[in-house]
Design a protein around this ligand. Structure first.
Ligand SMILES: [Zn+2]
Length: 83
């Protein structure tokens, strides 16, 4: 099942921390539910859309990000980032 397509920002627990890993430079940053819920425009988006819009903040990188739930990254590793 694709949870990114099923979960809306509105459904998120404010305390949840989502992992965003840059597909290009592998830089990781955390996105909290609270942070997303604060953005009026993001509220009705699905996590899939958040992931698609996320860009790496590293200078000169601007790579696309891969989103993972806490813990999920450990089992799937960086497989999604190699391609
Ligand atoms: Zn990057």
């Amino acid at each position: 099942m694709n949870w990114k397509r099923n979960i809306q920002v509105l459904d998120l627990d404010p305390d949840i921390r989502l992992e965003l890993v840059c597909r290009k430079c592998k830089k990781l940053r955390w996105l909290t539910g609270k942070e997303l819920l604060k953005r009026q425009t993001a509220k009705f988006l699905y996590l899939e859309d958040i992931e698609r819009r996320a860009r790496c903040r590293q200078r000169g990188c601007r790579g696309t990000m891969r989103m993972a739930m806490p813990g999920e990254g450990e089992t799937s590793g960086f497989i999604g980032g190699i391609a």
